[in-house]
Design a protein around this ligand. Structure first.
Ligand code: ZN
Length: 206
């Protein structure tokens, strides 16, 4: 898929941080271990993601095979002998490229590219935090049941004063939230542009 062609996918953009992953470096010991069956010691992996059979190919490459969802997932261990550090890589069962990490989804191990996962940028993480903070402060003022409490498209400027709260206190708290909302929006708009790429911009140029 060419870059910039996201066609409405922005809403469901998935990030690497949302998934568990396995790292190549934890398999160092497997390079010299006896061939046979092994179980990974991990709380977040399913039974199928834990059990592997270690074999070796004719040309001496070690292979770990996981059977997930009735499908064999073969992961090769590859040492990069060109670098002094002898870095270890694991290959993706789908594209067979060398990777430092493979991500865990219900039915597979696969690499970031095959799963179309994105790295969250610094600004996206900052904006996420800001949004969580705005929602938290809103809940403190209007409670969890207020219908628009999580709706970032609604701004709090005209929301009513809670009963029994002093006007002065209320205005201070509300103004604080408004100030955060004003910081949130310019960043969010930049991100929408980034996520929608050319398609977002096209609407405004026509
Ligand atoms: Zn892959």
């Amino acid at each position: 898929m060419p870059k910039g062609h996201h066609y409405g996918r922005a809403q469901t953009r998935a990030y690497t941080t949302e998934y568990h992953r396995i790292s190549a470096k934890v398999f160092k010991g497997v390079l010299t271990a006896p061939l046979g069956g092994y179980t990974l010691n991990s709380d977040y992996l399913s039974r199928e993601h834990k059990h592997l059979t270690l074999t070796e190919s004719d040309n001496g490459i070690r292979l770990m095979t996981f059977t997930i969802n009735d499908k064999p997932h073969q992961i090769a261990l590859k040492l990069d002998s060109s670098s002094a550090s002898n870095k270890l890589y694991i290959t993706c069962p789908y594209c067979h490229k060398r990777r430092q990490h493979l991500y865990v989804i219900k039915t597979a191990y696969a690499c970031r590219e095959c799963l179309n996962l994105h790295y969250a940028s610094q600004s996206e993480r900052i904006n996420e935090r800001l949004m969580r903070r705005i929602r938290k402060l809103r809940k403190e003022l209007w409670g969890y049941d207020w219908p628009e409490i999580n709706n970032m498209f609604q701004q709090v400027a005209y929301w009513p004063k809670p009963k029994f709260m002093r006007w002065k206190t209320f205005e201070q708290k509300r103004d604080k939230i408004t100030e955060l909302e004003n910081r949130y929006w310019p960043m969010a708009v930049t991100q929408f542009k980034t996520n929608f790429g050319d398609h977002f911009m096209a609407d405004y140029n026509n």
